[in-house]
Ligand binder design. Sequence first.
Ligand code: NAD
Ligand code: MG
Length: 394
Amino acid sequence: MRRITLLGATGSVGSQTADLLRREGGRQAFRMVAVTGGRNIQGLAALAREFGAEIAVTADPALLGALRSALSGSGIEAAAGPEALAEAASRPADWVLSAIIGAAGLVPGMRALEQGATLALANKESLVAAGPLMMATARQHKAQILPVDSEHSAIFQSLGGEDISRVERLILTASGGALRDWPLERLAGASVAEALAHPNWSMGQRITIDSASMFNKALEVIEAREFFGVAPEQIEVIIHRESIIHSMVGFKDGAVMAHLGCADMRHPIGYALHWPERLPLPVERLDLTKLARLSFEAPDEARFPALRLAREVMAVRGQAGAAFNAAKEIALDWFLAGKIGFMDMAAVVEASLSRLGSDCSLHQEARSLEEVLAMDQLARRRAAESAARLSRAG
Ligand code: NAD
Ligand code: MG
């Protein structure tokens, strides 16, 4: 029986994965090794019981007691904290979903690669922070990384196994997020609720705000560079408001292959679950006669400074990705807490990168995971300082 681990099982991607596994026979069809989550202890325990997991882990050590009592009588092990998460990820499994949000997914994802599992990777932040290390670890342990991010899954599928040397460009589509039709001068005053009203996709709160600011697309451009190994100038972003084309590959002979479908994360998750097979998935079928039109526009960098910052990060490379992602996470925390404005998020990230660039050698490649984690921590401190300054000024 196939052994499966779900990291971030209680989140948006995690629950949609559980939905697919349930439809395919649940504990009769799969052996669940570990399920992990954050503060939703009841949800985590319910999943662990339903799938008969060996172990359930919460990221929060203060919730260990609650998890133990939620699992009492089940015989399922309970554990808590980042080390327990890493240990759970290192337990032998055939297929590991990495759907933790943020850089917290980096260590567990690396542990899964080190034990040679197939890693279905939704956690783009880990590739942004430590792309070269992750790709090298996968090669070393003959582990396969399969993209779950819809754009990267679309590119992977459009490539159809052709060598990346035949590719001229990758075209990532972006919906433009909740504020795409707002006049530029109103953006600075956008509230959390306004930025959360995503037009096409239903996702976790953090990635939905990142879609409105295009920080999500900025992370995805870097993710594409790391995962597919193309040069930064080969990656284009285009606003496609209908979210029907999930991304495209332009080949050297001028052909462009596109991946189309309804916006449902269970497609890319299910593709990664069954790869290299293709099995039926419970997603709505595209009715082409109902599509009035597909539209495309170039993104305006004044609205979306995150896209320009991603280009700068790719030009520096080294540890700039780790710094960029960490500073972005802190800026997002401050925005969610109502302490800085919507456009201040990019200002915080830019100020943090520029300070880090003058204090330390951002361009030097990280030689170990510890170096990446140290840069992540330093960038969080710098970003909190920048955010505090902006918050006082505002
Ligand atoms: P989410 O917030 O809904 O869920 C995140 C999961 O991680 C939850 O199980 C949560 O409990 C857990 N978690 C939170 N903080 C943690 C920590 N510090 N340590 C360990 N676990 C922690 O997020 P999501 O929207 O499902 O996104 C998950 C990942 O997938 C992200 O990297 C996101 O960018 C990516 N992704 C999501 C979507 C989507 O449709 N939601 C699409 C593409 C990519
Ligand atoms: Mg995406």
